[in-house]
Design a protein around this ligand. Structure first.
Ligand code: ADP
Length: 610
């Protein structure tokens, strides 16, 4: 197998001068002597001489066409024929420190335990994982005590967990038996995590979801095992148990009907990240958790309203969670409004309106930071965005997107500037506007742009459709459809992108438009849910101050095309305005610093405290 060697000879502007961009300095302990970093997949060499670009060389680099003023020396660009793709090289481990920049220290620190099915980066499928990690880190930095409880999925890569140790072996109830269970403690991205590992088949398999065990029963077990751990094993009394999604929706029922009567005293907050997944459950299944399932089969408890009078009636763990939690949050103000008007849960939410809140998600700006991102070959930030062009060129080269005239490593060729690169990073599910994503491929090709889709489909038919599209386009010069989940590649794509496309049919909050903005990718989005709360159209004169992207409303091809065409026109014909948008989107503060405080207010609010 061919080895992918990236040899970087870095010139001084990269490291120091006022015109510098920040380039990966990882594992380069000193620049005063010749240094080498080698592994089987990755090689980097730099010498002191090489890190200082002479004035003449700098001039040459500029003459060769790079208007960025950034030299990247002899960085060897990746190619599609590399044996190891450029996003799979050995990156340094992402030891993110718990220090989230926040000036605020809250006066009344709380102990918050998140009980969740996902946590980034070790068990991430979508935004839920990002949000749990980001909110937990933000609260830690504000002075709170925070723990995360997570199933110990077999697929979790243990090398990402610091100080992993078994702390307890205990039994937790499921379906008439007490299941021997291990609790581990470890630290991930600076956050203390408790991992729950039952001795049965639950949570075994290659992926977070979709293992060959009954998922609903596994999460019922997990919900009870977390309470059991708090109450019987450790007598922990957090102030808040913060549950997420249907997977932990039974916890509030178990809490109020069993564990609160024993000794637990915390209050329960539920965050709903997506109402589409509501945890359909039979009464018999709920009974396996030790509750009496039929007790919850009423309209004011956990019955799925659509099944009333049917045989059999069904329960919804999400609805039960809404009814039994002290406060319920959804992830954007617009999605809150939408969910009060549409969907079968609307009547439940209206009945519980006084404890239902919309708090916009944030992004973890330590993990998502183009100035320090370990995955990027060249770093950049809003003050010095030049490195972004090199990231674009790097990705173009690595994916074999048209980028002719590229023999010279110091030089970003014209095509890199001429062809706007649009990325779409998404779970491939109907919610994300699959037909619009396919139309975008066609239109972007017609417009002479480039597009990369990084997506994973769980549904076999969707997977087949996108595999066909990939076969059709991936040999050509401008479209790449990559059907997989890759955290590393997602970082590289955000950094490379001129635009990030989010054509969702509905979108509770959406993180990709916010991450894209931080990495200088201008969002092109459908106006729905959190997208409507974070992206404002460039051509909306009534809201010009906030304008930061391109927005369309319809779910038809024409609406999408119109937004894409406008974005391309700005990019190509109004370069000054485009540079203005670029700077503006990078400066937008969508960090948790902005919104974690709203959660803290909620933790302190009467509806939770009484
Ligand atoms: P959702 O939670 O509905 O999946 P969000 O926009 O809230 O959508 O969050 C998506 C998160 O998952 C982002 O961090 C995005 O970068 C990531 N993501 C989605 N698909 C992929 C993929 N195929 N590979 C890597 N990351 C992905």
């Amino acid at each position: 197998m061919m080895e992918c060697a990236v040899v970087g000879k870095f010139f001084s502007p990269i490291f120091s001068s006022s015109r510098s961009v920040v380039v990966e300095k990882r594992k380069l302990p000193s620049l005063h002597k010749k240094i080498k970093f080698c592994s089987s997949k990755f090689k980097m060499k730099a010498t002191q001489a090489e890190t200082h670009l002479s004035q003449e060389a700098e001039l040459q680099a500029e003459k060769r066409g790079s208007s960025t003023g950034v030299g990247v020396g002899e960085l060897i660009w990746p190619s599609p024929s590399d044996g190891t793709p450029f996003w799979k090289k050995d990156f340094p481990s992402s030891g993110v420190s718990p220090e989230v920049p926040a000036d605020v220290k809250d006066s009344d620190p709380k102990h918050i335990i998140h009980v969740t099915a996902e946590m980034a980066p070790i068990a991430k499928v979508g935004g839920l994982g990002d949000v749990v990690t980001g909110l937990a880190r933000a609260c830690l930095s504000r002075g709170h005590t925070v723990d995360i409880m997570l199933p110990f999925y077999e697929c979790i890569q243990k090398q990402h967990i610091k100080d992993l140790t078994v702390i307890t072996k205990y039994n937790s109830y499921h379906d008439g038996n007490w299941v021997p269970t291990n609790a581990y403690r470890g630290v991930v991205s600076g956050i203390p995590v408790i991992f729950i590992e039952p001795s049965n088949q639950f949570f075994k398999g290659q992926y977070v979801y979709g293992g060959s065990f009954n998922e609903l029963e596994a999460y019922l077990f997990f919900s009870r095992a977390c309470l059991e751990w708090m109450q019987q094993v450790t007598s922990t009394q957090p102030d808040i148990i913060h549950v997420h999604e249907w997977q932990t929706g039974a916890l509030p029922l178990l809490y109020w009907d069993i564990y609160h009567h024993l000794s637990l005293k915390p209050r329960i907050v539920l965050t709903i990240h997506n109402m589409e997944h509501y945890g359909e459950c039979s009464k018999e299944q709920l009974s396996k958790s030790g509750l009496e399932g039929s007790v919850y089969a009423s309209i004011d408890k956990a019955i799925d309203d659509r099944t009333i009078g049917h045989n059999p009636e069904r329960l919804s763990l999400l609805k039960g969670g809404i009814v039994y939690s002290n406060a319920v949050v959804t992830v954007s103000p617009t999605y809150l409004k939408e969910t009060l008007c549409t969907g079968w849960l609307a009547s439940t939410l209206v009945r519980n309106r006084d404890k239902y809140f919309g708090i916009l998600n944030g992004i973890d700006t330590t993990m998502w930071n183009p100035a320090t991102d370990i995955f990027l070959p060249v770093k950049f930030n809003d003050q010095k965005p030049e490195g972004k062009k090199f990231c674009k060129y790097y990705v173009q080269r690595g994916l074999g997107l048209a980028s002719e005239g590229t023999q010279d490593g110091n030089h970003v060729p014209d095509i890199t500037y001429k062809a706007p690169l649009v990325v779409c990073i998404t779970r491939l599910v109907p919610q994300k506007g699959l037909h619009l994503i396919s139309h975008a491929i066609k239109r972007i090709e017609e417009l002479g742009g480039q597009m990369v889709i990084l997506g994973k489909a769980s549904d076999a038919q969707v997977a087949t459709e996108f595999e066909c599209l990939a076969k059709l386009h991936n040999q050509g010069p401008c479209i790449r459809i990559l059907l997989m989940f890759s955290e590393e590649l997602s970082h590289l794509l955000y950094a490379a992108a001129d635009m990030v496309l989010v054509p969702s049919i509905y979108e509770p909050c959406g993180l990709t438009q916010m991450i894209g903005m931080r990495y200088g990718a201008v969002p092109v989005v459908r106006k729905t849910g959190g997208l409507a709360d974070t992206v404002f159209d460039m051509d909306d004169q009534s809201n010009h101050n906030r304008a930061n992207g391109f927005v369309f409303e319809g779910i038809d091809e024409g609406s999408l095309i119109c937004a894409l065409d406008r974005a391309f026109t700005y990019y190509r014909e109004k370069p000054d305005e485009w540079n203005g948008i670029l700077k503006k989107v990078m400066e937008v503060d969508n960090s948790w610093n902005n919104t974690a405080g709203k959660y803290v207010e909620l933790y302190n609010s009467k509806s939770v405290r009484l």
